[in-house]
Design a protein around this ligand. Structure first.
Ligand code: NAP
Length: 220
């Protein structure tokens, strides 16, 4: 089975669709359900006790975990000078803590099943954008966590992929800003990014794409 956090929308939803089409059992963890998932663990991944509940629900499933994909994430756009602590907590908890704690709680299963792990960061985790200090810091942290995991699994067969996509079409911006007029011209499609992620996971187990940066290109 494939465990995906944040498969109710965006990239995770498209990945769930691809795995369902491929005949895999899909387990989603998010507040809202995913229509392509066989199992929906409907919880927020923000607070520790709920993250533990989600891990326990995954542990209770008998199927082998082939991969865990950490897609769940939130964006924040706040100019420096207007950043508040609650926003830092929201971003760091949802984007970073959930990946670390889920991995830690599920470690025994991850090792037993030789599950692969995909940590979804962003191209902003390799550079910076104005007004995205908190989001950027969370995505740099995700890359740092992925790097650390690669060290933890150095002598094991588990693959750890730090996945850093550029802008793709989704509602993450609308959710963060309340504006629905985002211009997606030249942005990637979530389904294309999901297909690429699956292609990486489908490679032979002795090939770990340790980090991948996918930039969007303008087409003339
Ligand atoms: N879109 C882009 O341009 C872009 C670029 C680079 C990286 N990324 C990253 O790619 C990932 C997916 O982004 P997306 O654009 O597909 O976003 P999206 O469409 O807004 O989907 C976000 C997903 O995260 C889940 N989520 C958010 N808060 C959660 C919480 N507290 N507990 C559990 N699940 C939660 C949402 O589910 P519920 O609301 O149902 O809980 C939803 O399924 C994110 O990590 C994002 O940072 C996106």
């Amino acid at each position: 089975m494939i465990v995906i956090t944040g498969a109710s929308d965006g990239l995770g939803l498209q990945l769930a669709r691809l795995y369902q089409e491929a005949g895999k059992k899909v387990v989603n963890i998010s507040r809202r359900p995913c229509k392509y998932a066989d199992v929906n663990i409907e919880l927020s991944l923000r607070e520790g006790p709920d993250i533990k509940k989600a891990a326990d629900a995954v542990t209770a499933l008998d199927d082998e975990i082939e991969a865990i994909v950490y897609c769940a994430g939130v964006l924040s756009v706040q100019p420096l000078g207007e950043i508040d602590e609650s926003e830092i907590k929201r971003l760091m908890s949802t984007n970073v803590k959930s990946q670390i704690l889920l991995t830690s709680y599920l470690l025994e299963r991850i090792e037993h099943d030789v599950a692969d792990i995909v940590c979804v960061s962003s191209t902003v985790g390799t550079k910076a954008y104005l007004d995205q200090a908190v989001y950027g810091a969370s995505k740099w942290a995700v890359r740092g966590f992925a790097k650390n995991l690669q060290e933890e699994f150095r002598n094991k067969a588990n693959r750890v992929i730090s996945f850093c996509p550029g802008g793709f079409e989704s509602k993450i911006f609308e959710k963060a800003t309340g504006k629905s007029n985002q211009d997606f011209t030249h942005w990637m499609k979530a389904e294309d990014v999901a297909r690429f992620m699956k292609q990486i996971l489908d490679l032979p187990k002795n090939m770990e794409v340790s980090e991948v940066i996918v930039n969007r290109k303008a087409i003339k």
